[in-house]
Design a protein around this ligand. Structure first.
Ligand code: NDP
Length: 275
């Protein structure tokens, strides 16, 4: 039986749960595979990526922090989503053996919201905190759902303004600062796409941001609720959700690109909740 060779590149990489996630997906289809964690460096990454496909028999790989932009630069062919995100988290070869890059993070978030959490994006007012790589990756799929409004709030407001300009061909994104925020109303959906949760910090403190109908989503995930989700629950949010579902859904999209099999994610999401 053919055995697929998959990997995830990152630094650090020890914490990655991708091998266990993909192994659970492979079991659903009786697919034999090996999925390795590869620790790389900024100097070696592009060479490591190329070698994985040309001399290590790689069939597909994920790329996580801090190499998503380098993967974007290295891939010869980019999907429109990866082009807009300017970051790649899924790499594969096309029939001409060219390195192809896609970004499944945003669709992973949208699939989690729509299919697992029953949160509608169409017609909703969305406030996104943060203007880093994750925000860049989620904007196009979120915009495609046709929300009523999107406001980007960032500590460094110039970065939010820059992203707003880059996506102005798709949507009119309003911007504000998380330090001195100006919001027209409490949002239907408040997304924390900052990295503040990784250091147990809060990206905002204005409790008026969270109304009784506000769904709060943190892209970050831990075993216990993040500082942002604890704060949101304390403010009376309608629902609090962390990024484990997004992690599972973006992985499912990668797996389908590599194998043409679309895995179910519910078992993996349950497993991530316990591990
Ligand atoms: P970046 O480093 O690219 O961007 C970080 C952003 O957070 C910047 O906008 C920065 O603001 C802001 N920020 C950092 N600390 C604070 C703080 N204390 N207060 C307010 N704002 C702050 O990170 P990424 O965009 O790559 O990642 C963001 C988050 O998304 C991480 O938690 C990451 O784990 C998560 N993620 C989850 C995924 C999933 O599958 N669930 C997938 C991808 C990412 P400034 O510009 O002012 O510095």
């Amino acid at each position: 039986m053919t055995s697929y060779q998959f990997a995830v590149f990152g630094n650090p990489i020890e914490q990655s749960k991708s091998p266990q996630i993909h192994s659970r997906f492979a079991q659903q289809f009786n697919i034999a595979m090996d999925y390795r964690k590869i620790l790389s460096t900024a100097e070696l990454f592009e060479n490591d990526l190329q070698e994985f496909f040309t001399s290590k028999g790689g069939n597909g790989c994920n790329v996580t922090a801090p190499f998503k932009e380098q993967a974007y630069n290295k891939c010869e062919i980019l999907t429109p989503t990866a082009q807009k995100a300017r970051a790649v988290n899924t790499v594969y070869l096309d029939e001409k053996k060219r390195l192809c890059g896609h970004n499944s993070d945003g669709a992973g978030l949208v699939n989690d919201l729509l299919n697992n959490q029953q949160v509608t994006l169409a017609g909703s007012n969305i406030l996104i905190l943060g203007a880093g790589g994750a925000t860049r990756g989620i904007l196009e799929p979120v915009i495609a759902q046709q929300p009523a409004s999107i406001i980007l709030a960032n500590r460094t407001v110039e970065k939010a303004e820059q992203l707003s300009r880059e996506f102005s061909d798709l949507y009119k994104i309003h911007t504000t600062s998380t330090e001195n925020p100006q919001y027209p109303a409490t949002p239907d959906l408040l997304i924390n796409a900052t990295s503040a949760s990784l250091t147990a910090n809060l990206p905002v403190s204005d409790r008026n941001l969270v109304g009784p109908a506000t769904v709060c989503y943190d892209l970050a995930y831990k075993q216990e609720p993040t500082a942002f989700l604890n704060w949101a629950a304390d403010c009376g949010a309608a629902k609090t959700i962390d990024g484990k579902g997004m992690l599972a859904e973006q992985a499912a999209i990668s797996f389908e690109i590599w194998t043409r099999h679309r895995p179910a994610t519910s078992d993996v999401i349950t497993w991530l909740g316990n591990n």
